[in-house]
Design a binder for this molecule. Sequence first.
Ligand code: NAP
Length: 259
Amino acid sequence: ALVENYPGFTNIDGPTLASNIFEQVNNLSINYKSGEVKEIIDNIDYKQIVLENEIIRAKTIIIATGRQPRELGLNNEKTLTGRGISWCAICDGYFFKDKEVAVVGGGDSAFEETLFLSSICKKVYLIHRRDTFKASNYLQTKVKSLDNVEFILNSNIKEIKEDNSKLSGIILENSLQETKELNVSGLFIYIGSVPATDNFKKLNILNEQGYILVDKNYETNIKGIYACGDVIDKSLYQLTTAVGDASTAAYNIKKYYFS
Ligand code: NAP
């Protein structure tokens, strides 16, 4: 998606901005490793970062794991990902050229992706659990004007049908508990996001929604563990605030490290 609110760029696409930042960090010769952090263990003076096959020791850590897409919670949602279910219309939309697909959600993401898919697919069903939307009026007006978009409101996806380990349709249930089957080839899920903090639950640094609580220095209630960006509890989730959070966290780590 296009980023249109980052200072210095009228607009820039997200992946380009990310790779520019990566290049900038690489120019500073900072070591990096790829891998999933399974757990962080606090040993007061130092922390252990547990990866699949390795444990890294550090005096301080910044957690910046961001958010991940919210799931519908249906049992075959994970296994059908890449087999009819997609979380990224721009990446996967062309697999569904001239086919019928469904988008679920009522926010800006669902509307923006519906707009994109409608230019490739034969038909797009936009499914939403209510009859009013969080999406901006601008996007609503644009999507409502499209001939190949059909709205299905006050409805939830009850079941994802599969055939030969591929999505073959979806079953919807409306507020009157009436069910209806749609024989779509693809399902795009855009129902918001949740903080990526499942592996940090044991640390006791999360609020009820799973966001990390930090103080004004971006430090958690554990000395030496900091967090920034979309993963923390705050009032404005934007790239600009994430970058600001990170600067303040890094500045305070430097003070802590040399104290
Ligand atoms: P969002 O605004 O949180 O919308 C999520 C939508 O999914 C809501 O309509 C919600 O329904 C629905 N939903 C949540 N859980 C559900 C469930 N379990 N089953 C069915 N539906 C469910 O998320 P978003 O659209 O990803 O947007 C996130 C943020 O990014 C927003 O601030 C948005 O403005 C911003 N954004 C902006 C742009 C742009 O400016 N072009 C583009 C994309 C995103 P309810 O309405 O009933 O709660």
